[in-house]
Design a protein around this ligand. Structure first.
Ligand SMILES: [Zn+2]
Length: 243
């Protein structure tokens, strides 16, 4: 990093410090402006944090936003300070931020950062009861004409009950909750969860009105083609009620 860059960077952090203090004052309706620290941070992805310690506000902004225009910083300040006070930011600020964050080049920078910095914990596809590799191969043949490239397949490290499966496009991985690797869970339930995640490979998320849509109507329609769709949903709902 050159000297000039260092100066530019601290000037930017200084102007953000003032901006966040102003927004904080405005949102909190307090008379005193708080001390604020703003730093850019190399998060894995487009993440930002805000917290208060000893009456000082600490803000970490993803370094992906380093070249963002001023109004985007203002929008971000409203969103983060709003979080502190459990207040929804003004809709135009939310929209402005989202429009910037969901631009293809920003999404790409965010995905690249996750790829570079994020670590993905994978625990292998062979469970105690079910083998994800075999399940994927069978479903790929039956429903996708073997056209899906096999991603990394893994059971989750913990027995997550709320999240049953997850497709991670950045790391090209499908992770299935270990809570399903039990004799008491029917095979068609594990298959259904896997099938849903496989559909995410086929139906890439689309951006509509600044939001990423993960389950468009075509996705939902194809999901119902799963042989035991009704049984699987019924079993999952019944089990969820027991917790
Ligand atoms: Zn989904």
């Amino acid at each position: 990093m050159s000297m000039k860059e260092t100066t530019d960077k601290s000037q930017l952090e200084e102007s953000l410090r003032v901006l966040f203090a102003n927004v904080f004052q405005q949102v909190s309706r307090r008379r005193a402006r708080p001390e604020v620290n703003v730093t850019f941070y190399p998060f894995a992805g487009l993440n930002h944090t805000i917290r208060i310690r000893n009456q000082r506000v600490y803000v970490r902004v993803s370094d992906i936003l380093r070249d963002a225009p001023q109004p985007v910083y203002k929008a971000l300040a409203h969103i983060l300070v709003g979080k502190l006070f459990k207040q929804r930011p003004p809709i135009e600020q939310e929209t402005l931020y989202r429009q910037y964050a969901y631009q293809p080049q920003v999404l790409r920078a965010s995905d690249l950062a996750r790829q570079r910095r994020g670590r993905k914990q994978l625990n292998g596809s062979a469970g105690k009861v079910y083998n994800l590799d075999r399940i994927f191969t069978r479903l790929n043949r039956q429903y996708f004409d073997n056209l899906l490239a096999k991603p990394a397949l893994s059971w989750s490290a913990r027995r997550t009950k709320r999240i049953l499966g997850h497709h991670d496009a950045v790391h090209d991985a499908i992770v299935i909750s270990r809570s399903l690797d039990l004799e008491s869970v029917p095979l068609y339930v594990v298959e259904y969860v896997m099938y849903h995640e496989m559909l995410h490979i086929k139906h890439k998320p689309r951006i509509v009105n600044g939001r990423r849509i993960f389950h468009p109507p075509a996705f939902r329609a194809e999901e119902k083609r799963f042989d035991s769709y009704g049984e699987a949903i019924a079993w999952l709902e019944k089990t969820a009620r027991r917790h």
